[in-house]
Design a protein around this ligand. Structure first.
Ligand SMILES: [Zn+2]
Length: 118
């Protein structure tokens, strides 16, 4: 699966993530937004607060999803969504060059600049 497809699936079909995937994503996003690489960089009280509010997790079954890094997590999640919910995903391909457009409703291709607005 190429990176464009991963981005597209996660951007428009993130509601199809499992509860575990959503928790992992939220955990990662919380660290990322606060410029931390590891929960140990938070103060003890802050970490407790984030855990209590489910912004981060200490569940090993969730954390294992992030073990190999965010790109691997994103790709695995996109693949899992595609195999479980593929019929709910509308891939919008350029009618001219066949590449994936930026959004499900795009009418212009970012690769060949073909435009199919009526
Ligand atoms: Zn095109």
């Amino acid at each position: 699966m190429d990176k464009n497809e991963v981005d597209y699936i996660l951007r428009y079909s993130s509601h199809l993530m499992t509860l575990e995937e959503k928790k992992a994503w939220r955990h990662y996003s919380t660290l990322f937004k606060q410029d931390k690489e590891n929960v140990s960089e938070f103060s003890h009280s802050r970490r407790e607060m984030l855990l209590r509010n489910n912004w981060i997790t200490d569940d090993p079954e969730i954390l294992i999803l992030l073990k190999e890094g965010i790109e691997v997590f994103r790709e695995n999640t996109a693949k899992r969504i595609l195999s479980d919910n593929g019929n709910e995903i509308v891939f919008n391909y350029c009618p001219k060059c066949g590449k994936l457009t930026r959004t499900p409703k795009s009418k212009q291709c970012r690769f060949c600049f073909h435009d199919w607005h009526q």
